[in-house]
Design a protein around this ligand. Structure first.
Ligand code: F6P
Ligand code: MN
Length: 322
């Protein structure tokens, strides 16, 4: 089976980018190990603090963030990082050529129930002019990403990666510590009968999502004339992984709970990397009013609505916003 290195070379990734990705994945392998230790290592449960987003930090959020931060800042390849768990950008090497954004442990409340969690990341070029502590360099649209992916800590530890030449899935072979290419060039089916949305928020949704989901729920008796199934992992990384494996539509739309918050998911280290992976697998990724990867970020923790997955289903949903 092909190794990650040779697939990256095949896809034309420059050597320094390959080395950066390998460094980042070394951190993810350590996170994978720490996560798997669970209660044995006393790493479960919450800290007493909140992150900048007002979310209670799990111990594993803090541990995962620290592992990534330490390894990336010592690598020499990275000028600065932005993380869900850091209020401001973290300056690394003044001569680093890349910017890395990450969600160290997506879906971390699932650690309490030994369910799916993962690390999501995106990589962009660091502009020459930037100072390492300048957040404005991170305010590039997703179309500028040179690589993106996630590592899913599930029954197997899996990597989904794209450098803009298709989306590939790899499985970590723990006998030698390498990621092996198990699902090359995945393609999301254009049609689906599976959807994913937190329906407990239904009363807060806007009209387009109300009408779309009610058609899905009407099943074979409704206008769509087929029955749909629903799945919700409560970790974006798990839900998007399912979409990459067998299709589906995943939504975390804008809702009216807090008009200051244009959605729940963060653009830089959740929506954009997933959008890149899904588009490279033939799917679509929209906010409802446009392509996610075209959104010009205004701040590093910006949130966006997310409608992502099988092409025809996303088109059907998004058409209602016009
Ligand atoms: O990181 C935010 C996140 O945990 C996503 O991974 C997940 O899709 C979503 O929030 C879950 O939201 P809710 O709490 O509404 O189920
Ligand atoms: Mn997250």
């Amino acid at each position: 089976m092909k190794r990650l290195n040779s697939q990256l070379q095949h896809d034309g990734a420059p050597l320094e980018l390959v080395l950066l990705i390998r460094t980042l994945l070394a951190a993810c392998k350590e996170i994978s190990f720490r996560v798997s230790q669970g209660a044995l290592a006393g790493v479960l449960g919450s800290t007493l603090s909140e992150n900048v987003q007002g979310e209670t930090q799990k111990k594993l959020d803090v541990i995962s963030n620290q592992i990534l931060k330490d390894i990336l800042s010592e690598s020499g390849y990275v000028k600065a990082i932005s993380s869900e768990e850091e209020e401001s950008v973290v300056p690394c090497s003044p001569n680093g050529n890349y910017l890395v954004s990450f969600d160290p442990l997506d879906g971390s409340s699932n650690t309490e129930i030994n369910s799916l969690i993962g690390t999501i990341f995106s990589i962009a070029h660091a502009p020459q002019w930037m100072e390492a502590d300048d957040p404005s360099a991170f305010l590039q649209p997703g179309t500028q990403m040179v690589a993106a992916g996630y590592v899913l800590y599930g029954p197997s530890t899996m990597l989904a990666m794209t450098t803009g030449r298709g989306t590939h899935l790899y499985t970590l072979d723990k006998t030698h510590g390498g990621f092996l290419l198990t699902h090359p060039n995945v393609k999301i089916p254009v049609q689906t009968s599976e959807f994913s949305i937190n329906t407990s928020n239904q009363r807060h949704w806007q009209e387009p999502i109300q009408s779309y989901v009610s058609e899905l729920l009407a099943g074979s008796e409704g206008p769509r004339e087929k029955d749909y199934n629903m799945r919700w992992v409560a970790a974006m990384v798990g839900d998007v992984h399912r979409v990459l494996c067998r299709g589906g539509i995943f939504m975390y739309p804008f809702d009216k709970r807090n008009p200051q918050m244009p959605g729940k998911l963060r653009l830089l280290y959740e929506a954009n990397p997933m959008a890149f992976l899904v588009e490279q697998a033939g799917g679509l990724a929209s906010t409802g009013s446009g392509r996610i990867m075209d959104v010009m970020p205004e701040e590093i923790h910006q949130r966006v609505p997310v409608i992502i997955g099988s092409k025809e289903e996303v088109e059907n949903c998004v058409a209602r916003f016009k």
